[in-house]
Design a protein around this ligand. Structure first.
Ligand SMILES: [Zn+2]
Length: 355
């Protein structure tokens, strides 16, 4: 069963109140000492954890980095992104027979998709861990976002696309931003296998959804929806409905809601329900549940986590390179619990990689 409890106690390996936790076995890791995408012990997915989850008063500014108190850094490699509109849709509202319906227009992000929210954080993490070559497998939007943010960060970008299966406009976006584009004979999974192999050999920093930091940026979709809806309608929405591919956004919004409830920013009865929708022609999760797959249960309210498996230190997997640019310092009072304004270089770290 996935371990999704949010512990309030920062482990020894945390960097200013930020660490990584395996959602399968609970092992904890330093966030920026090594390049790490999955758990060293069980290969489970990792999740970014915070000692001090955010409240509404912590947020200031506009766009994704308005929510820096909910992110690992004060600022990212930004174009900028976020602050997308929450449109009124009166005809659709009437057609569906619901009282108040809004539509979040994520196409207003710089490269035209929500992927920009994850990349502004992910590319910033690449700087923190000392990697300057980025890569992803993609069928479109991810490659455009990675290429744009890699270019803004002054980093080399490699994009692997399935040959003949990507919209020309998306290939053009990646190309215009200077990405190296490799067309692969095969499907998306073939591309992902290759790019994961490159990442495992330390050749590139992987920025597909496996990277836990991308979901941190995508959490801000939920934060914006809640603030915009509350400010305009006087209450939080009852339900957020979102399309599901690999459920990265669903996981991101669920994490957003868990953190807001953990901080007391949302009361339990204010937490919106999440509804995922898959197209009939590509619905593996719906079909899995139809065939008996067991949905994950929500975490218990207790913040106490059980005993941990023995930890070990992960070998470094990426080469150090250019030092990152100096980010601005946080103005709000919650800055002390986030990653240092001077990002950690692996060569100067004395903190243990695991807890
Ligand atoms: Zn694990």
């Amino acid at each position: 069963m996935a371990d999704l409890e949010l512990s309030a106690d920062a482990p020894a390996c945390a960097a200013d109140g930020v660490w990584l936790a395996c959602i399968e076995c609970g092992e904890q890791f330093a966030p920026f000492d090594d390049v790490r995408y999955t758990c060293d012990d069980c290969d489970g997915l990792l999740e970014v954890r915070y000692a001090d989850p955010p409240t509404w008063d912590d947020f200031e500014g506009r766009g994704v980095w308005r929510y820096a108190a909910a992110l690992p850094f004060d600022a990212g490699v930004s174009l900028p992104e976020g602050a997308t509109p929450l449109h009124d849709v009166p005809r659709l509202e009437a057609d569906l027979g619901v009282e108040r319906l809004r539509v979040k227009h994520e196409g207003m992000n710089p490269t035209g998709s929500f992927k920009d929210r994850g990349m502004t954080v992910g590319v910033r993490v690449a700087q923190a861990v000392g990697v300057d070559r980025l890569a992803c497998a993609s069928t479109g939007n991810t490659s455009a976002a990675l290429a744009a943010y890699g270019a803004r960060g002054g980093m080399e970008t490699l994009v692997l696309l399935p040959a003949g299966k990507v919209a020309a406009g998306k290939v053009a976006q990646a190309s215009l931003h200077g990405a190296r584009i490799l067309e692969v004979d095969g499907n998306f999974d073939t591309c992902l296998d290759i790019v994961q192999d490159l990442a495992g050999r330390g050749e590139v920093y992987l920025l597909n959804s496996l990277n836990p930091f991308r979901l941190e940026g995508q959490k801000t979709i939920g934060l914006e929806i809640l603030e915009q809806f509350r400010d305009e309608e006087g209450s939080y929405p009852d339900r957020i409905v979102l399309p599901v591919g690999n459920a990265g956004n669903t996981a991101a919004l669920y994490k957003c809601l868990r953190e807001l409830e953990a901080s007391g920013a949302l009361a339990a009865e204010e937490v919106p329900k999440l509804t995922g929708v898959q197209a009939a022609g590509a619905a593996p999760m719906v079909e899995a549940i139809d065939h008996g797959a067991r949905p994950a249960a929500p975490p218990s309210p207790s913040p106490t986590r059980g005993s941990r498996r023995p930890s070990r230190t992960s070998p470094a997997r990426a080469s150090a390179s250019n030092p990152p640019p100096p980010p601005r310092s946080r103005a709000s009072g919650s800055s002390a619990r986030r990653a240092s304004s001077t990002p950690t270089s692996r060569s100067s770290v004395s903190r243990p990689a695991t807890c």
